[in-house]
Design a protein around this ligand. Structure first.
Ligand code: ADP
Ligand code: UDP
Length: 237
């Protein structure tokens, strides 16, 4: 399968059409942005790591019963996926308080929740991805009640499966964002990516950050963190 036309260029990936109208090719870039695009930079080698990691994790999730858009990894940076119509929600699951949750509610980063906490943001850069509840999502026509229930169920299974995978590698899954989409027949599948760009991953022992927060907060060692966390995933502890 080959790339035809550039359909969309986002902040971290390019999306191309293929000869098959039901399939797309996603190409991962090294570009990084934060704070709704205000901070821009490059994380050398990130595209290849995010491509590999997303595909490894999505394959594991498929085996655990979560339908995903993954078809086949084509090269270091490119993957063939099923074309979906993205549900414009950022589905965020949190196990430990961090980032915008800590800021919004005034709780220290590191507070461990008794149970996972799920929230939705409206995927809309112009509005700054505002937080929204189920009623808002339905009122805006972003998804039906049934779809929201399924997305919630899938997101919690994703959290369980990913939490276990990372724990086995000595890494704590603090929080993450996922996106879902609809296939032609309306089936909801997990789409987009699962990587250190979209997850907070802390070393379980030292709590060292091994994710995009190193870039967001100018902590240094950004490239090394991506390489190390990928090595953890492939080699275990
Ligand atoms: P952004 O648009 O936020 O800058 P990216 O650079 O990651 O993000 O661009 C990838 C885009 O492709 C995102 O808008 C994402 O929702 C979309 N996308 C991911 N998977 C699929 C898919 N299987 N079919 C269609 N669009 C997808
Ligand atoms: N996240 C993401 N894309 C976004 C917003 C958040 O991938 O546009 C991820 C982020 O990497 C973290 C989780 O979702 O793992 C929760 O992010 P949070 O709401 O705390 O926002 P942030 O602090 O990143 O602004």
């Amino acid at each position: 399968m080959e790339k035809q036309k550039l359909l969309y260029e986002g902040k971290a990936k390019k999306v191309y059409t293929t000869q098959d109208p039901k399939l797309l090719i996603v190409a991962y870039k090294d570009d990084a942005t934060a704070f709704n695009g205000q901070k821009k930079g490059t994380i050398q080698g990130k595209g290849a790591i995010n491509n590999r990691m997303t595909n490894l994790l999505m394959s594991r999730l498929e085996r655990e019963g979560i339908p995903t858009h993954l078809v086949e990894e084509l090269s270091a940076r490119e993957t063939l996926v099923k074309k979906v119509s993205i549900v414009p929600l950022e589905v965020i699951v949190r196990n430990i308080a961090a980032g915008s949750f800590s800021k919004r509610y005034g709780v220290e980063e590191g507070l461990v929740f008794n149970a996972p906490t799920l929230e939705f943001s409206y995927k809309n850069d112009a509005l700054g991805d505002p937080l929204l509840n189920d009623d808002h999502a339905v009122a805006l026509g972003l998804a039906s009640r049934e779809e929201l229930a399924l997305i919630r169920k899938y997101a919690l299974v994703v959290n369980e499966v990913l939490g276990r995978i990372w724990a086995d590698c000595g890494v704590t899954l603090v929080d993450f964002k996922v996106e879902f989409g609809r296939l032609g027949d309306g089936t909801i599948v997990l789409a987009d990516e699962i990587s250190p760009d979209t997850c907070r991953l802390w070393d379980a022992k030292t709590k060292e950050k091994l994710d995009k927060d190193r870039f967001r907060r100018d902590l240094g060692g950004v490239e090394e963190a991506y390489v190390r966390v990928m090595e953890r995933l492939t080699n275990g502890l």
